[in-house]
Design a protein around this ligand. Sequence first.
Ligand code: TRP
Length: 341
Amino acid sequence: MKKTILTGIRPTGSLHLGHFAGALENWVRLQNDYECFFLIADYQVSDYADDIDRVRDSVWQVALDWLAVGLDPQDNHFVIESLVPQHAELSVLLSWFMPLGRLQRNPTLKAEMADLETGKKGVPVGFFVYPLMQVANILLPRANLVPVGEDQLPHIEMTREMARRFNRDFADVFVEPDALVGRVPRLVGTDGQAKMGKSLNNAIFLKDDAATVTRKVMGMYTDPTRLRATDPGHVEGNPVFMYHDAFNPDVAEVNDLKERYVKGAVGDVEVKKKLAVALNHLLDPIRERRARFEANPSLVKEALEKGSNEERAVAEETMARVREALRLDYIARGMPAAAAP
Ligand code: TRP
């Protein structure tokens, strides 16, 4: 029996290199060793409620990106959260056991809520409870492992606590999952200022064509203290070299560039051109697969439909046990003697 993975993403845009190095790569690597549920978390887009068209489009973009990086929907499950409403049901039931203060102290949630406040959108209640929905997402198929980006670790810790508490107080229904963070936990954006993000204009998307990638790389933030190619440059903290380290498999080339860079013996243009070549080399097969699926939308649709149906069956098993553990099985138990006339 294979162990189970559940992991997911919110459908709020296309996926980029940060997603790839932070999580997706692990998903691809582990997908044959685990039974995987890859979740498109469309209940968790309350901060995009004014832009549902974007959400609708992103559901397909995310599915295409997944297929493009080589996730296999045959042996695994591509799931749309709202097609498995047990996610919502379990969220409500688990909310009984989630102390308000526990959510308020979640550092990732705190930071995201602060961003929403400054963005003047305010924080919908649905946003405040998304980590709880994520807890339900993970517990529902009784996942053993959750490969995610580093920022998600507080949510996984909440999941473990919830599983322990429920199992102790009611019945042994849930599995306490482990988290797994990717090779590059926090990829900086092309601007060198913030983490790569889909709305910050600092992302290289998996679906960007080669010319776009090259243009973005040539415009990348680099060592600001270096005015001429003959000035000694800084490799440390330089996003162009961070990307070389993360994505250029030719270690000898990278080391040579670094050596010459600190001596002032190579220009930024050459360093960037070589990075663009390496990135396009990485992305070419991803683009090819994406194009194949874009030309075959019915395959994407079938993957989402099949995976969601399959998860619904597992989810219903778990929910039957949860309802019984919480004694919500009123009809099956029948009227208690004391209530009878
Ligand atoms: N919150 C995650 C993110 O923003 C997406 C997500 C939703 C998720 N449900 C999940 C990740 C369950 C792992 C497991 O990236």
